[in-house]
Design a protein around this ligand. Structure first.
Ligand code: C5P
Length: 220
């Protein structure tokens, strides 16, 4: 572990998409690359934190110098987060699927020749961020959520912060024309008790360094 302002602090970071199976060979996913969460974990470790990095199947490799826990589904991510607690701070950068397939098949689904398509049924996944934010006992001192929005970014993110009960929301506009999802840059607004703080468009590494520094300040 490195020396730095986060030495001795345990920080949990979730990152990447989740994959929700339809059958053993098919799944539902989203376009999260895991780039921003990975960069945050790397920046936290560089400031000396002991980082547990719970990641779905991301496009980018996990950082060095962190404890990596690989998961596929939202349910597995929740279990891994619960197992990693307690933590001084928790950053929920993962793009968790809101729903999983309720009638997933244990064997590969096949066309039956009738021309009928299968119907998928969905059930809601646990909200990992809300669960940790609302812990009554041993809650991390700082809980940070993300809000990837395409419309009314600040208003939606402010409402999300209230609803989930986290301390900060890192809000970003993931409209396709921004190129942010899957890209190397990000433009974020941090919403906290102190209001909204917008940062200019920066690389995801720069955003990560600033978030890690802000976390170090909050835990100091
Ligand atoms: O509600 P929404 O998915 O937009 O909220 C995004 C934030 O909530 C992110 O920080 C994400 O990691 C977290 N989240 C979660 N578990 C879910 C859904 C979202 O931790 N099931």
């Amino acid at each position: 572990l490195l020396d730095g302002p986060l030495k001795g602090k345990h920080v949990l970071v979730t990152s990447g998409p989740t994959h929700e199976p339809i059958d053993p060979v098919r799944y539902i996913a989203n376009r999260s690359s895991g780039a921003q969460g990975t960069a945050i974990a790397r920046s936290l470790a560089a400031l000396g934190a002991n980082v547990t990095f719970v990641t779905g199947p991301a496009d980018v490799p996990p950082p060095l110098g962190v404890k990596v826990v690989k998961v596929q589904t939202a349910s597995e991510m929740k279990e891994a987060v619960d197992a990693a607690l307690p933590a001084d701070a928790a950053v929920f950068a993962a793009a968790v699927a809101d729903w999983r397939v309720a009638n997933a098949s244990g064997s590969k689904m096949k066309k039956d020749g009738s021309g009928n398509a299968p119907a998928l049924e969905f059930t809601e996944n646990p909200d990992i961020l809300a669960g940790v934010s609302q812990m009554k006992k041993d809650r991390p001192k700082l809980v940070v959520g993300f809000a990837a929005e395409t419309d009314d970014v600040q208003a939606n993110a402010t409402a999300k912060r209230k609803r989930k009960g986290c301390d900060w929301i890192v809000a970003n506009d993931v409209s396709p024309e921004t190129g942010i999802m899957g890209g190397s840059e990000n433009a974020v607004t941090i919403i906290s008790d102190e209001g909204a703080e917008s940062w200019p468009r920066l690389t995801k590494d720069q955003v990560a360094a600033k978030i890690a520094a802000k976390i170090a300040g909050a835990l100091a």
